[in-house]
Design a protein around this ligand. Structure first.
Ligand code: ATP
Ligand code: MG
Length: 655
């Protein structure tokens, strides 16, 4: 821990210091990837707290994901500023709503709707509109979009026409389903995830007494990844502020990748207009990546259009020169995955830690072939957004038992064994022994999972000596939500969306073909630009090694026909700019794939659910007939992410 407030500023450059010491008034940091935005705001909070200017409990830091919130809380503790609230918009809103519900609305807070798609299906049936599976998901996504953009059913047809949205059905039909869905929720005493934000906004608007209480609690606001804030989140932020100016936002318009959820960089880009007195700081020094990686990122941005082009911030690497990015073309996906696994093995053998390596793809359904290839190569891995540890039945059961024990320990007559002792006692009551069972297999696996939980409790107690069992249970929920398994030291497999804000020494960007990145359903120029930004986010996750690859067909012996992503044109050394596409590979830093094997081993699995496929039609598609197609995956991911955030915010285990 730094020994003084000033020591918190050590290791910041002059512009970052300007951010960290601007403790009052509106502050806006516009900066590219890896320039230290998150670091600057974290140190700003810590500096303010250590200097005695900010009371920890009056600061609310808003991050985009639960994982980012957890990381910020951890970093703040290390800097001597524990006790600051770092949460997602949803988690912060839900806490406030739960607290104020009895006073502001009365009665019990409604339950959160868990099976939204089913309710939308029912609303469709009641409106006498038949929806097939993919329409159902699209209509569900459209209703979510309506809610975050505060579009009511009656206005939807006009809004849809004005914004030339890609609508899944006749807008009048969507509006009918949306209205029926809202009615069904009301009738059943349910609220959905978007309602949490809407209701919090409603309560703060209509109840000045509640708004006053919230405002006296929170006086300083910090928002990371502000380029992806939705109109509804912005409204909530304004209500929290209540006209006060103690707001610090950081963002990068070139990293806007959640437009499909209603997010917009307009609030970031219009900040100075809304706050003419704002301190505006630009950071351009890139501390994360080598000049080679930064050169590629700058090259990608130079081809961008729209707001990313208009507000482009050229990055300047502060790191030493590193290896050139590798571009590799493979005949088929298994060969691509094998090639990546081989290189990853080499990196690990040369001393790179597995946890410093990531494989990033456009949609989660792409992970299976990499899971198989890494397993074949004996490389440990973990899936972000689909982690297994907290989903294991024994871990879930232990979580529930600990929650019960924490409630019982809240009784003042109980609150005196250490947390690890209490955890051991709870597990022992279910037959867990501190010595491992002989042999291997399921019994041993179960024991290992629970032993990991005990170790986690020991680490937690060491880090937070005064903490109680209930704090540990909260920590478990946060980890479950953030997918931080305690035992896994592995290569990360994640979608590009899930990689936001993170960094690794080596990054493998895979599946860079037309139809995957940009994804098939990105049709308008705007949507294609968002896909380009997604690639920019991926490229800028790499500190040192960067690999970009694609495969010409999905399966061995396939007919090929896939083309490298248009984003590769003009990016690879020696390649022509967009429009003059040529065969891949062979020039400058370009490598060709090794050819790979021609026969795929083992059964063909569904890319979405992992089931072994037997039907010829399904094998051809590489997914079950009734699993969502690739096109639905972004929505699928989003629903899952939101469900998990909701579970976390409710203090429930995220499964
Ligand atoms: P992103 O846009 O991807 O969210 P960011 O702008 O938030 O990136 P950070 O994650 O804060 O960037 O920082 C990127 C990396 O650079 C981190 O490893 C961070 O520790 C390091 N870094 C930032 N500022 C400095 C500095 N002044 N000196 C040394 N390292 C720094
Ligand atoms: Mg960041």
């Amino acid at each position: 821990m730094p020994d003084s407030a000033d020591a918190v500023l050590d290791g910041l450059d002059p512009e970052q210091r300007a951010v960290a010491t601007a403790l009052h008034g509106p502050v806006c940091v516009l900066a590219g990837a890896g320039t230290g935005k998150t670091r600057a705001i974290t140190h700003r909070i810590a500096y303010g707290v250590r200097a005695g200017v900010l009371q920890p409990s009056t600061v609310l830091a808003v991050t985009f994901t639960a994982r980012a919130a957890g990381e910020m809380r951890g970093r703040l503790r290390q800097l001597g500023a524990g006790g600051v609230q770092a949460r997602t918009f949803h988690a912060a809103a839900l806490r406030q709503l739960q607290y104020f519900w009895p006073r502001a609305i009365g009665g019990e807070m409604p339950r959160i709707l868990e099976r939204k798609v089913q309710l939308v299906a029912e609303a469709g049936a009641r409106s006498r509109i038949r929806l097939d599976r993919s329409e159902l998901r699209d209509v569900t996504g459209e209703i979510e979009w309506c809610k975050v953009t505060q579009t009511v059913p009656e206005d939807y047809p006009a809004v849809a026409a004005k914004t030339s949205r890609d609508v899944p059905r006749d807008p009048a039909e969507v509006a009918r389903i949306y209205a029926t869905y809202e009615q069904l929720k009301r009738d059943r005493g349910l609220i959905d995830f978007e309602d949490v934000l809407l209701l919090t906004v409603g309560v703060l608007q209509d109840r000045p007494d509640v708004a006053d209480t919230v405002r006296s609690q929170y006086q300083h606001f910090v928002v990371d990844e502000y380029q992806d804030v939705s109109p509804l989140q912005q409204r909530l932020l304004e209500l929290w502020l209540g006209g006060r100016g103690n707001l610090c936002v950081v963002g990068d318009a070139s990293q806007t990748i959640y437009s499909f959820t209603g997010a917009t960089p307009d609030f970031l880009l219009g900040f100075r207009t809304r706050h003419p007195d704002a301190t505006v700081v630009k950071l351009v020094r890139d501390y994360r990546s080598t000049p080679q990686v930064v050169g590629l990122a700058n090259g990608l941005l130079s081809q961008a259009r729209g707001h990313a082009a208009a507000h482009r911030l050229e990055l300047v690497s502060q790191r030493e020169s590193g290896p050139d990015p590798a571009y590799t073309e493979y005949p088929d996906e298994p060969a691509e995955a094998e090639g990546a696994a081989r290189r990853i093995r080499d990196l690990i053998d040369s001393g790179v830690r597995p946890s410093e390596i990531a494989v990033l793809y456009r949609i989660n359904a792409q992970s299976e072939v990499y899971e198989q290839a890494l397993a074949d190569a004996g490389v440990p891995y973990q899936l972000r957004g689909a982690e297994r540890f907290f989903e294991r039945p024994e871990v879930r059961e232990a979580g529930m038992l600990l929650r019960g024990a924490a409630r019982a320990a809240a009784d003042p007559g109980e609150e005196r064994e250490t947390i690890p002792q209490q955890v051991r006692a709870v597990l022992s009551s279910r037959g867990w022994a501190s010595e491992p069972p002989a042999g291997s297999g399921a019994v041993r696996d179960r024991w290992e999972s629970l032993a990991a939980l005990v170790r986690l409790s020991e680490d937690f107690t060491a880090a937070r000596p005064g903490a109680e069992l209930s704090d540990f249970v909260t920590e478990l929920d946060e980890r479950a939500n953030a997918q931080h398994a305690p035992t896994v030291e592995g290569v990360t497999l994640a979608s590009l969306h899930a990689a936001k804000g993170l960094e690794w020494d080596a990054v493998f960007l895979v599946g860079l073909t037309e139809g995957t990145l940009p994804i098939t359903h990105a049709k308008t120029d705007e949507q294609v630009e968002e896909e380009r930004r997604l690639l920019y986010v991926g490229v800028t996750r790499a500190r040192l090694h960067l690999s970009l690859s694609w495969a010409l067909s999905r399966s061995p012996g396939g007919r090929g026909g896939r083309r490298p992503s248009r984003f590769m044109d003009g990016l690879r050394p020696g390649s022509a700019p967009r429009g003059a596409r040529r065969g891949a590979g062979g020039q400058g830093g370009v490598e060709r794939g090794s050819g790979g094997r021609s026969k795929r081993r083992g059964p063909v699995l569904c890319r979405v659910c992992g089931r072994t496929l037997s039907e010829a039609g399904e094998i051809k598609l590489m997914r079950c007939e009734d699993c969502p197609s690739d096109l639905d995956e972004a929505l699928y991911d989003r629903l899952r992410g939101w469900r998990m955030e909701q579970a976390k915010a409710l203090g429930q285990p995220a499964y």
